[in-house]
Design a protein. Structure first.
Length: 462
C-alpha cells in the first residue's frame, strides 16, 4: 500500500478515532514532510500535511452534520495539531488552527454539554488570536462569538455580553453592518432570549436579519435561520399565529433552496409542530413531527440532538392524548440518543427525565415518577441559573399532594417558589404563571390552607 493510500485510509472517518490512529497519522506526516517537502518549491497550501489537515477538518464537518460530535472533535483536534506545527513556520496557519478551536469549543459547549470545558479551551488560545489574527478577521469575530455563547450557556451573562461585543468595539462603525457580524448579533439575541428579555432578543434577531437582506436580498437561504429565531421569540411571547406564519415562511424558503429532504427542513417542521400544538391542534402537530422524522430517516441519521427533540415532542403530544405507552416508547428513544450524544449531566438529559417523571405521575406510578424526577433534579442543580429546578420541585409537590402527603407537598411547593426567587431571579425574569400555578395548587391542600394563602399572596406580590 502506498503512503498516500495509507493516509487516505487513516483519515477516513471510522466509528471511533483512537489514539493509535491519530498518532499514526502524525508519524506519517513527519515522514512525508521530510521526504517530500524538503528541497522542493511546493506551495505552502499544497503541502501534504496541509492537505491532510484540511481533509481531517472537512471530514469533521461531515461528522458534525450527522451528529457524531465526539468523533468530529477528535478529527478537529488532529487537524489542529497539524496546523499548530505548520504555524511555527508560517503564522498564516494560526487562522486554520483557531478555526479548529472554534469548532471544538462550539461542539463542546453546545452538543457535548461542557460549556466550562469549552471556556477553558478557548481561553487557552486567546493570546494566539490577539497576537496573530486581526480584530476585523472573521476568524477572530467567530472566536469571540463561540466564547460568548459558551459563557451564555454557563450563565455568565454579563461577561458573555462583554465578550460578544468586543469585536464590535474593536471595529469601525462603518463595518458593523457587514455580514461577518451577523453571528454576533444573533448570539446577543440568544443571550437576551435566555434571560427572558424577548423584546431585546427580537431587536437583535431582526437586526441580524436586516443585515442579511442588505447583503443577500429578500430571497436567500441564509434568511431561514433568522426567520426561525424570530419565530421562536414570538412563540415564547405567546403570539402563536405570527410565529406559525414565520415558521411556514421558513419551510418554504428551506424547501426552495435545500430541497424536501434536508435536515434543516426537519428542524423547521419541528418548530411548526410545536406552535401548532400550542394552538390546540395536536393532530396537526403530530403530522409536522412525523414529516420531520421522515426526513431524518431518509437521511439515515439516527443519532442527532434534533432527532431526540423530535421524539420528545411527539411523546409529549401522545401523553396529552392519553396514549401513554406510545409516549413512553418515544421518551425512551429520545433518552437513548441523548445519552450517546451528550454528557450524562447535560440539561437536555435532565429534560428527558423531567418529562418522563410527569409521564409516570400522570399514570399514578409514583415510585417511578420519583426516580425520574430525582434524576432530573440532580442534573439541573449542577447548572447555574437553571429555571427548571423550580418546575421539578413543583412536580415533587404535585406527586406528594396526589398521595395525600400534604406536609411533604407543601415543603416542595415552598422550595419551588424559593428556587424561582433565589436561584433564577438574577438570571431569568420571574415566571409568574409558574408561581400562580404552584400557589393555586397549595390552596387545594385543605389541611394547610392558611399557609397556602400566604404563599399565594407572596406570588401575587412578586
Amino acid at each position: 500500500m502506498g503512503i498516500y493510500q495509507l493516509i487516505k485510509q487513516l483519515a477516513s472517518p471510522p466509528r471511533v478515532l483512537n489514539h493509535w490512529r491519530v498518532g499514526t497519522l502524525l508519524v506519517i506526516l513527519i515522514f512525508v514532510k521530510i521526504s517530500y517537502c524538503q528541497n522542493t518549491n511546493l506551495d505552502k497550501s499544497d503541502r501534504p500535511d496541509s492537505l491532510l489537515a484540511n481533509n481531517l477538518y472537512h471530514q469533521a464537518d461531515s461528522l458534525n452534520e450527522i451528529g457524531k460530535f465526539p468523533v468530529a472533535n477528535e478529527y478537529y483536534y488532529a487537524a489542529r495539531n497539524i496546523f499548530e506545527e505548520m504555524a511555527a513556520d508560517n503564522h498564516i496557519y494560526w487562522q486554520q488552527f483557531i478555526n479548529c478551536i472554534n469548532k471544538i469549543g462550539w461542539n463542546t459547549a453546545i452538543y457535548l454539554g461542557h460549556p466550562q470545558d469549552a471556556i477553558q479551551i478557548i481561553e487557552e488560545n486567546i493570546e494566539i488570536v490577539e497576537n496573530y489574527i486581526a480584530p476585523t478577521d472573521p476568524v477572530s469575530i467567530k472566536f469571540y462569538n463561540t466564547y460568548g455563547v459558551a459563557l451564555t450557556i454557563s450563565g455568565y451573562f454579563e461577561q458573555a455580553l462583554h465578550t460578544l461585543q468586543l469585536p464590535l468595539l474593536n471595529n469601525h462603525d462603518s463595518v458593523k453592518n457587514s455580514k461577518q457580524f451577523i453571528s454576533t448579533y444573533n448570539s446577543i439575541g440568544i443571550l437576551y432570549d435566555m434571560k427572558g428579555n424577548y423584546d431585546k432578543a427580537l431587536t437583535y434577531f431582526q437586526y441580524a436579519h436586516s443585515i442579511k437582506i442588505e447583503h443577500f436580498g429578500t430571497d436567500h437561504p441564509s434568511l431561514s435561520a433568522t426567520i426561525n429565531n424570530i419565530g421562536l421569540v414570538y412563540w415564547k411571547k405567546g403570539d402563536f399565529g405570527f410565529a406559525k406564519d414565520l415558521f411556514e415562511q421558513d419551510i418554504r424558503l428551506t424547501e426552495k433552496y435545500q430541497g424536501q429532504n434536508h435536515p434543516d427542513l426537519a428542524k423547521s417542521y419541528t418548530n411548526l409542530g410545536i406552535v401548532v400544538a400550542e394552538m390546540g391542534d395536536l393532530n396537526g402537530a403530530l403530522l409536522n413531527f412525523q414529516l420531520a422524522l421522515n426526513i431524518w430517516e431518509n437521511n439515515k441519521i439516527d443519532l442527532h440532538p434534533s432527532l431526540a427533540k423530535n421524539y420528545m415532542n411527539q411523546a409529549n403530544i401522545l401523553a396529552d392524548l392519553n396514549k401513554f405507552e406510545q409516549a413512553k416508547t418515544l421518551y425512551d428513544k429520545a433518552l437513548n440518543i441523548k445519552l450517546k450524544v451528550f454528557d450524562k449531566t447535560h440539561p437536555t438529559i435532565g429534560a428527558s427525565y423531567f418529562e418522563m417523571g410527569l409521564w409516570a405521575l400522570n399514570q399514578s406510578e409514583y415510585q417511578q415518577a420519583e426516580v425520574y424526577l430525582r434524576n432530573a433534579l440532580a442534573i439541573y442543580t449542577k447548572v447555574k441559573g437553571q429555571p427548571n429546578i423550580a418546575r421539578t420541585l413543583n412536580a415533587f409537590g404535585k406527586m406528594y399532594g396526589s398521595q395525600k402527603e400534604y406536609e411533604k407537598a407543601l415543603d416542595y411547593y415552598d422550595k419551588g417558589i424559593k428556587a424561582n426567587f433565589k436561584e433564577n431571579l438574577e438570571f431569568f425574569p420571574l415566571q409568574k404563571p409558574d408561581l400562580y400555578s404552584c400557589s393555586s395548587q397549595l390552596v387545594l391542600l385543605n389541611s394547610l390552607q392558611d399557609k397556602a394563602m400566604i404563599l399565594f399572596k407572596l406570588a401575587l406580590a412578586g
